[in-house]
Design a protein around this ligand. Structure first.
Ligand code: MRU
Length: 364
């Protein structure tokens, strides 16, 4: 997508053909900084510290992390070590495991001296595939937005609520939840996005608002607790969020707070859709609520908040009393029964094993 008229992806190979460039998302929206990853450890750090985040981008970064690792040690042990180090960075987004399994399968049976080149080629393919998948999700979700628009009598914008950031910053390009919105906007369908701020790390306030603004999409940031009120007053036509791991049963893990939005949407008869790339499906799990591992992060993300002061300084301040502890559960699981449909690259399906198997019979 474009930043001030210049096309960007979130991750790309540097001109030296070895290091990998990323946008440091911990600095947005106030600073735009590009960082180079030169080693396995730097790639692992970028995922763990959330310079890159969002399930598909975590997978893409892990793939390049393996390529960087092959430059350091292309032995069988080197492959295993890279996969272990990267797999330990974040537990919930299953794209990480998916990408590492893919890289391992691609590298383990080829001669050692071919592993560096092959790893870079495969990592680049994983990135390109992610872009194509998300563009297709955009096309299918676009149909849903068009249908909603036709049902609106006075040509007012289609009001879409989203949670966290499942836009192009969370993927290699396009995004998942936001891809249909970009496609609708680009086609001249009026859309307005309610972006949940998404405490504690504020991916909605910082990242979703930033990327929608850069693309010229109408939006407003709302406090996390505002969605239910807007839904009760006819101010939300549909919800679309992303997912970090969707069980084969259709239960959807996404950023903490997604479940509450799905409950409010159900109570108000508002469709609740998920943008779901197939690498985010965990075919091994049948009960997402019980079985999807939920990341718990540092208390500081809850007790502190960072932002820009009126004189332009970026600072972090403490919100809570000295000595109060905090719980920081990063994700929750929305049961399949609350999900209207899964928008995948192959079309929209019910949130169920049968629905997913109908679209992906070769994976089910
Ligand atoms: O903790 P994050 O920022 O990595 O969480 C991201 C989300 O929850 C996104 O909604 C999800 O990864 C889908 S991204 C297309």
């Amino acid at each position: 997508m474009n930043i001030d008229g210049r096309a960007f992806r979130t991750i790309w190979l540097a001109d030296d053909g070895a290091s990998v460039k990323i946008i440091d998302q911990t600095r947005l929206p106030h600073l735009f900084e590009i960082v180079s990853l030169r080693s396995l450890d730097e790639a692992a750090h970028a995922i763990r510290a959330m310079l890159v985040r969002g399930a598909p981008l975590i997978g893409a970064t892990a793939a390049y992390g393996v390529a960087l690792a092959m430059r350091e040690d292309a032995s069988d042990a080197g492959i295993e070590n890279a996969c272990q180090v990267l797999n330990a960075t974040r537990p919930t987004a299953v794209n990480l495991r998916w990408a590492l399994n893919d890289m391992r399968a691609c590298l383990q049976y080829i001669p050692q001296d071919m592993r560096v080149g092959t790893a870079y080629v495969r990592a680049a393919e994983i990135c390109d595939e992610d872009v194509a998948i998300n563009s297709a999700i955009g096309d299918h979700g676009f149909e849903l937005i068009c249908a909603a628009h036709e049902d609106i009598p006075d040509d007012r914008p289609v009001n879409i609520l989203t949670h966290c950031n499942a836009g192009w910053l969370a993927t290699v390009d396009w995004g998942t939840a936001l891809a249909p919105i970009y496609k609708a906007h680009d086609a001249g369908i009026p859309v307005h996005v309610w972006a949940d701020e998404t405490r504690p790390r504020n991916q909605g306030a910082a990242l979703t608002a930033w990327e929608l603004g850069k693309h010229g999409v109408s939006h407003a940031v709302i406090a996390d607790n505002a969605g239910g009120h807007l839904m009760q007053h006819g101010m939300v036509d549909m919800c679309i969020t992303g997912t970090d791991r969707t069980a084969a049963s259709g239960d959807v893990a996404n950023k903490i707070g997604t479940y509450l939005k799905a409950l409010a949407a159900r109570d108000n008869d508002i469709p609740f859709y998920i943008g779901l790339p197939s690498p985010t499906i965990d075919w091994t799990l049948s009960d997402g609520v019980q079985d999807i591992p939920i990341e718990e992060r540092d208390q500081d993300e809850v007790t502190h908040i960072s932002g820009k002061t009126r004189d332009g300084q970026i600072v972090s301040v403490q919100l809570t009393p000295d000595g109060s502890s905090a719980g920081n559960y990063a994700f929750d699981v929305t049961p399949a029964r609350l999900v209207t449909g899964l928008i995948t690259e192959r079309g929209v399906c019910p949130a169920s094993r049968a629905g997913l198997a109908g679209l992906f019979p070769e994976l089910a």
